[in-house]
Design a protein around this ligand. Structure first.
Ligand code: ZN
Length: 174
């Protein structure tokens, strides 16, 4: 076990004999390749790159492993930083819907490792985002489990019209 060079958390790093890169498996950043030259340049004790973690995790969730190189990692970091809050909400909701097949299905969210899914900087910001999405009635969660993790379920999942349409009056009508 070693440290992921992007989020600095414990991860698995595997040398790939034939290629000029390493394979990183990280709970935060997903699975990615990193070139040996970049691997040597990034400092294990250096700065974290949360937006880069988000870009890498998104690619990994889509089954599309990124290959980090000296020439692309700064650009990817900037790209991750360019999303506005509503775009981040949408990305997170889309990811939830990819993980569920029906409305109301429960899924586990790991506060300590899943914050990159919403392009957050850390688990504290991620909590704020979950609270906001619950306020907007886009997700629901039943609180924290014995590991202190949120256990959201997703009854509406971005489909606001699922919200009791039969019982709703048209605006202005009695
Ligand atoms: Zn990582």
């Amino acid at each position: 076990m070693s440290k992921c060079l992007v989020c600095k958390k414990t991860s698995e790093i595997e040398k790939l004999g034939s290629k000029d890169c390493k394979n990183i498996k990280c709970k935060c950043c997903g699975t990615l390749y990193i070139s040996n030259s970049l691997f040597e340049r990034l400092n294990v004790n250096g700065k974290k790159h949360p937006k880069l973690s988000a870009i890498l995790r998104e690619a990994s969730e889509n089954g599309d492993k990124q290959e980090l190189q000296i020439y692309n990692y700064m650009d990817l970091d900037k790209k991750g930083d360019s999303y506005k809050i509503n775009e981040r909400f949408n990305k997170f909701l889309k990811m939830l819907s990819n993980k569920t097949s029906k409305l109301g299905q429960k899924i586990k969210i790991d506060l300590n490792n899943d914050w990159p899914l919403a392009f957050c900087d850390d688990n504290e910001e991620f909590k704020e985002l979950l609270i906001e999405l619950k306020k907007q009635e886009l997700i629901n969660y039943s609180g924290e489990d014995q590991f202190g993790r949120f256990v959201p379920d997703t009854p509406y999942l971005g489909f606001r019209m699922a919200e009791n349409p039969a019982g709703r009056r048209e605006p202005g009508k009695k």
